[in-house]
Design a protein around this ligand. Structure first.
Ligand code: FRU
Length: 419
């Protein structure tokens, strides 16, 4: 099966993007995948490849449980290339007790989360039986992290060393970011930590990288929108002060922002594209499955690829140039259910794109997707950005499953799933 622009679950369930990498001339995107039903369950990694991050080809399951330590799931993680081989890092999950009526869920929530890896010679073959290594055992020292919530390794190479960030928690009260270091990308040592309320009560999916001379952290703290109409877990972006070599990660004095003000996107992951641009894709959460024409149910869709830049202390995530190029030149088939609208909006003005409403009020962009939320589907309808000014530029990518509004070249983005 193939997909264009927004990569969807091939059927059944997907969540976080994983192992995103440009490797030997192709973009590989893995994702959290439950292959049996359109609901979250024992996690596998599904796999898709692309030449351009526009046309995706689904390749089925890449990683699946085979070991005692990953018996209940291959949770999120990342990819690097080393010595020409693809190295995938993931969180291995073993439940302490299964739910009686659904063995794909933990009975206790007190599960064992440790870190593992698998090396593939070519990025297509994954020997789940013989090529896995268990690299970081369960954390026992609770002054460092939590044995039950320690996950989502993001690995990168820098100045002769390999580094890994992991997400954890202090007593499920405050999120924790952990840093590990390695000489060979296989043996890892604890290197530093940051515990902060801005990481919610548990942190998920941290991703640290350098862009335009700044160190940016994109991460997914749990609970930061508690007691609101929005999903309580939201992905954020922040410029950090780091001395990675010394194991130091700190918040800077710059304000953070949401990865996306539509409140649907979560767990974004970045990689460097073929031209060295920092490119990121997020998962759009869907409260209900949709159906393909053949009746098969699917749940979970990825955002368009975006490029991260920092200008004047502000993080921008504009749509990837390949998407722009595609819309500059495309016509036909499934593509025709996509439109791009480039416009300008001023204070008090309203734009209606297929009944998706975009307004500028008091200097902020407000969106309303009421027309796309059927009765009985539990979804917030209205969103708004922080203050922008008296007017702004908009580029709106409207697809069959999700609409993405890019404001002032990605200063803010508002993406909403559609039914
Ligand atoms: C984020 C997340 C990750 C975890 C994965 C499990 O959505 O909860 O922290 O690795 O999903 O599917």
């Amino acid at each position: 099966m193939n997909d264009i622009l927004h990569l969807r679950a091939p059927e059944n369930w997907i969540n976080d993007p994983n192992g995103f990498i440009y490797y030997k001339g192709k973009y590989h995107l893995f994702y959290q995948y439950f292959p049996y039903a359109p609901v979250w369950g024992t996690m596998h990694w599904g796999h898709a490849v692309s030449d351009d991050m526009i046309h995706w080809k689904h390749l089925g399951v890449a990683l699946f449980p085979t070991k005692e330590y990953d018996a209940n799931g291959i949770f999120s993680g990342s990819a690097i290339e080393k010595d020409g081989k693809m190295h995938l890092y993931y969180t291995a999950v073993k439940y302490n007790g299964l739910e009686k009526e659904n063995i794909h869920h933990s009975a206790t929530g007190l599960d064992e989360q440790s870190q593992a890896m698998i090396i593939s010679e070519n990025g297509y073959d994954f020997d789940n039986f013989n090529a896995k290594k268990h690299i970081i055992p369960i954390i026992e020292d609770t002054s460092i992290g939590d044995p039950h919530d320690c996950r989502d390794p993001k690995v990168w190479y820098e100045d002769g060393k390999y580094y890994m960030v992991l997400a954890s928690t202090h007593k499920k009260e405050e999120g924790v970011l952990l840093l590990y270091v390695s000489d060979d990308a296989v043996s890892w040592n604890y290197h530093g930590r940051l515990q902060d309320k801005r990481f919610g009560y548990i942190l998920e999916c941290p991703d640290i990288f350098e862009v335009d001379g700044n160190r940016v952290l994109i991460c997914s703290p749990m609970g930061v929108y508690k007691d609101t109409e929005y999903p309580e877990n939201q992905a954020t972006m922040q410029i950090m002060d780091c001395d990675i070599k010394q194991g130091e990660v700190r918040f800077s004095d710059k304000d953070g922002k949401l990865f996306d003000y539509g409140m649907d996107l979560y767990a974004p992951q970045s990689t460097l594209d073929e031209e060295g641009r920092r490119t990121v894709i997020g998962w759009a959460r869907m409260p209900e499955a949709k159906r393909f024409d053949d009746g098969k149910a699917w749940n979970g869709v990825m955002s368009l690829p975006r490029v991260v830049n920092v200008k004047d202390g502000q993080i921008y995530t504009d749509v990837h140039p390949m998407v722009k190029k595609y819309f500059d030149s495309s016509k036909g088939s499934r593509e025709s259910c996509y439109t791009r609208r480039i416009c300008h909006i001023g204070e008090g003005e309203e734009i209606n794109i297929d009944e998706f409403i975009i307004k500028m009020v008091d200097g902020c962009i407000h969106t309303d997707r009421t027309a796309f939320v059927p009765d009985g589907v539990k979804l917030h309808t209205k969103c708004s950005t922080p203050y922008i000014g008296v007017s702004c530029d908009l580029v709106v990518y409207n697809g069959p499953d999700i609409i993405e509004v890019y404001i002032n070249n990605g200063l803010f983005v508002v993406s909403n799933v559609k039914y």
